[in-house]
Design a protein around this ligand. Sequence first.
Ligand code: NAP
Length: 247
Amino acid sequence: MKRVVIAGVSGAIGGALATVMIERDPQISVIGLCRDPGKAPEALRAHARSTVLPWDAEHSESSVAVAEALESLLAREEGIDGFIYAVGVLHGPDMFPEKRLEDLEAASMARAFAVNATGFGLLTQALLPWLRHREFKSVVAISAKVGSITDNGFGGWYAYRSSKAALNMLVRNLSIELPRRCKPIACLALHPGTTESALSKPFSQSLAKLNVHTAAETAINLLEVLDNVEQGDNGKFLSWDGSELPW
Ligand SMILES: NC(=O)c1ccc[n+]([C@@H]2O[C@H](COP(=O)([O-])OP(=O)(O)OC[C@H]3O[C@@H](n4cnc5c(N)ncnc54)[C@H](OP(=O)(O)O)[C@@H]3O)[C@@H](O)[C@H]2O)c1
């Protein structure tokens, strides 16, 4: 049995990834994480091979609680085969992507960093004891192309862009440390492509010009990439079609 931890299963992409994974492979079990387990897809909550645990990226002690809950579910030496961080915030009741410098707010920056970057680092830290077995495993952050510093020719979206760039740096750092401690492993960032979700909804008009996927299509695209991930992909930033993106 392969065991995968997916953070953000109440979201469009995280929920679709978890559902597709569990439905297509009878040898996979999923441990889903989200703020309100009641918001995870019914197909996941009802499934015998899945468990959904509460976790909130904005409460740093929450990742410790996840590790405590995992202790009673899974022996450390059994380990996990994958960790996918499909969590993100771009807008909220008091938060909207900044168009210009005057829009920048400390609270939005702090929230974006907590949810888009710090949560990934703290969860990877909490899961470390389950990553030390000798089989291949992957640690994957769902990032965003707009987090690429090289690719940024547009500006704006200060909190989201800079927190995704921070997430990318966490991936690069972990891609150096984890192989020393948890070999064989690959740690990478993955751009999911533009996808219908609550996160992208306010921008649906401007996105109409782009190739927008449903969450189920994105899950299939991402799993095609993830199915082929190997140690040589450690430290890469990949797009949903498998191409490499600049950091
Ligand atoms: N959709 C796109 O076009 C697109 C493009 C590029 C990158 N991405 C990335 O893809 C990932 C998934 O996004 P999505 O499109 O699936 O958006 P989504 O449907 O809005 O899902 C976002 C997820 O993040 C979770 N989240 C937000 N704040 C949280 C917190 N404080 N603690 C724990 N979880 C929290 C949400 O949980 P709740 O249900 O509790 O709110 C939800 O599970 C994100 O990293 C996003 O940046 C998406």
